[in-house]
Design a protein around this ligand. Structure first.
Ligand code: CTP
Length: 427
C-alpha cells in the first residue's frame, strides 16, 4: 500500500521524516510532498533519501513557469490515483484552513481535492492558534468529511508557550494511518521471541549435522508479527534469508548458541514462537581437525542438544510458582512430522508444556521445507484442534498470531469471518 506524506511549514516538520520511516517499517510505500514553507524547516533531500523517490515540492516545474510537460501538469492526478492514503503531518493552521475551504493553491492542497482516499491530518501549531474558533471550525469541517484528525499533544511548544499544539507522537500518527487503511496493528505492546531456521552441529572443521529448514516459516512469523505492531526478536540459525526490516536479528549457529540467545532475551518476551528446526543431536566430541576417510566405516557418538522449547516452558512454570495456568508468556511450538501427526503433536503439547503446537506433515506436497506454502493443524493445550487449508507461510503466520491473541484475551478477541469459517473445522 502506498501513502503520500504531506509536510507543511512548522517546527515539527523534521518529525515527518521519522513518520516516513515508521510507515516504511510496516511495509508501506511512501512518497513525500513538501510545501514551500515546509522547505524552510527541512530539505526535500532528506525525504528523497528516505523514500528513494522524487519529492514533490512544486505544482509546476519552477515558480511561474508553464508546466515543463503534460505529465507534470497532471501529476497531482497521478499521485491522487496511485495512493491509498494521504497523511499531512505536521498540518499548519493555514493548510487546515485551505483544506477546509477547498483552496488549491499548491501541490498538496490540490492533491487533497483530487484524491478520494482516506486522509489523516496531524495538526501542530501554537496553542492559541489551535484553540482559535476558526481552526476548530475548520477541523470540524474536515472531520465531518471523514478526515481522521490526530490531535496534538500538550506540552512545551517551540514558541515558548505551554498547552496543546505539539505534533502528536509518530506512533499515534502511524496508528491513524494504519486504522484508515484497515491495517491490523493488534500486536502492539507484544514482544515476540521467534526462533527460525536450522542449527548446525560441527562434526569436525568441515562437516556438520543439520536439519532441513529454509527458515521461511519463522521469517514469515517475524514479518507478520512486526507488521502487526509487535517488537520482534528473531533468533535465527544459518539461512539465506534477509531479516525483515524492523525486526531485531540474533544470528546463531548451534543449538547451544540458540539456547543461550533465547535465554538471554526470554525476560523481554511476552510470547515465544519456536519455528526453528533444532538439531536434536550433536557430536559428543567435535574433532578439531578434519576426520580422515580411513578404510572402514565411522561411528560417531552423539549427545542430545538442549530442548529449548521445553526449557522455556519450564521457566514459565517455575516463575509462576508451579501454576501451569499462567498465561503471561505464551509459548507456541512446531511439530514437523512424517507420520501419526495428530498423535505426536498432542504428545509434544504435553511433553513440552506449550500453549499451542503448529503441526505439519512434511511429506505432504505444499508443506514443509523450502516451499512458500504450508498445510498445518493447530493443537491447543486447552483442547481442540484447527485444521487449516494449504496457504502461504505468511498467511499461516497471521492465523497463528490470531490464535495467540485469542489465547491472550479468550473472551474479547474479535474473530474474523475467515476465522469463523475455519472454526467449522474445529473438532
Ligand atoms: N525444539 C527445541 N529444541 C530442540 C528440539 C526442538 O526448541 N532441541 C522445538 C522446535 O523448535 C519445535 C518443537 O521443539 O518448536 C518440536 O520440534 P520437533 O523437531 O518436531 O520435535 P522434537 O522435540 O525434536 O522431537 P522428535 O524429533 O522426536 O519429533
Amino acid at each position: 500500500m502506498r501513502v503520500a506524506v504531506g509536510v507543511t511549514g512548522g517546527v515539527a516538520a523534521y518529525k515527518a521524516a521519522e513518520l516516513v520511516r515508521r510507515l516504511q517499517q510496516d511495509g508501506l510505500e511512501v512518497e513525500a510532498i513538501l510545501t514551500r514553507h515546509a522547505q524552510e524547516f527541512i530539505t526535500p533531500l532528506t525525504f528523497a533519501a528516505l523514500t528513494g523517490r522524487k519529492v514533490i515540492t512544486e505544482m509546476f516545474s519552477a515558480e511561474g513557469d508553464a508546466p515543463a510537460n503534460v505529465e507534470s501538469a497532471i501529476e497531482h492526478i497521478a499521485v491522487a490515483q496511485r495512493i491509498d492514503c494521504l497523511v499531512i503531518a505536521p498540518a499548519t493552521a493555514n493548510t487546515i484552513a485551505k483544506l477546509a475551504q477547498g483552496i488549491a493553491d499548491d501541490f498538496l492542497t490540490t492533491l487533497y481535492l483530487a484524491t478520494t482516499v482516506p486522509v489523516v491530518i496531524a495538526p501542530a501549531m501554537n496553542v492559541n492558534m489551535w484553540e482559535h474558533a476558526a481552526t476548530q471550525a475548520n477541523l470540524e469541517i474536515l472531520r465531518s468529511r471523514g478526515a481522521r484528525i490526530v490531535a496534538p499533544d500538550e506540552g512545551y511548544l517551540a514558541c515558548g508557550m505551554v498547552g496543546a499544539g505539539r505534533l502528536a507522537g509518530v506512533e499515534a500518527i502511524a496508528q491513524g494511518v494504519f486504522d484508515v487503511l484497515g491495517v491490523r496493528h493488534d500486536l502492539a505492546g507484544e514482544t515476540l521471541l521467534i526462533t527460525a531456521g536450522p542449527t548446525c552441529e560441527d562434526v569436525d572443521p568441515v562437516r556438520f549435522l543439520t536439519n532441513r529448514s529454509s527458515g521461511k516459516m519463522g521469517y514469515a512469523f517475524a514479518e507478520a508479527a512486526h507488521r502487526r505492531g509487535a517488537r520482534v526478536i528473531l533468533v535465527s540459525g544459518p539461512v539465506s534469508l534477509a531479516a525483515p526490516g524492523g525486526v531485531e536479528p540474533v544470528r546463531v549457529r548451534t543449538a547451544e548458541e540458540m539456547h543461550r540467545a533465547v535465554k538471554e532475551h526470554l525476560r523481554e518476551a511476552t510470547a515465544v514462537i519456536m519455528a526453528a528446526a533444532v538439531a536434536d543431536f550433536r557430536p559428543a566430541v567435535p574433532q578439531q581437525t578434519k576426520i580422515k576417510r580411513g578404510a572402514g566405516s565411522l561411528s560417531l557418538e552423539l549427545e542430545a542438544t538442549p530442548d529449548i522449547l521445553a526449557d522455556v516452558a519450564r521457566e514459565r512454570f517455575v516463575a509462576t510458582g508451579g501454576t501451569a495456568e499462567h498465561r503471561g508468556r505464551l509459548i507456541i511450538g512446531f511439530a514437523a512430522e512424517t507420520d501419526h501427526v495428530a498423535e505426536r503433536a498432542r504428545a509434544k503439547l504435553t511433553a513440552k508444556g506449550a500453549d499451542l503446537i503448529v503441526a505439519n506433515d512434511v511429506t505432504q506436497e505444499g508443506a514443509g521445507f523450502d516451499v512458500d506454502t504450508n498445510i498445518v493443524t493447530l493443537f491447543f493445550r486447552e483442547g481442540g484442534e484447527v485444521r487449516l487449508p494449504q496457504m502461504s507461510k505468511f498467511d499461516v503466520a497471521n492465523r497463528v498470531l490470531d490464535e495467540l491473541l485469542r489465547l491472550r484475551h479468550p473472551s474479547s478477541s474479535p474473530r474474523s469471518e475467515f476465522h469463523a469459517s475455519l472454526d467449522a473445522t474445529r473438532k
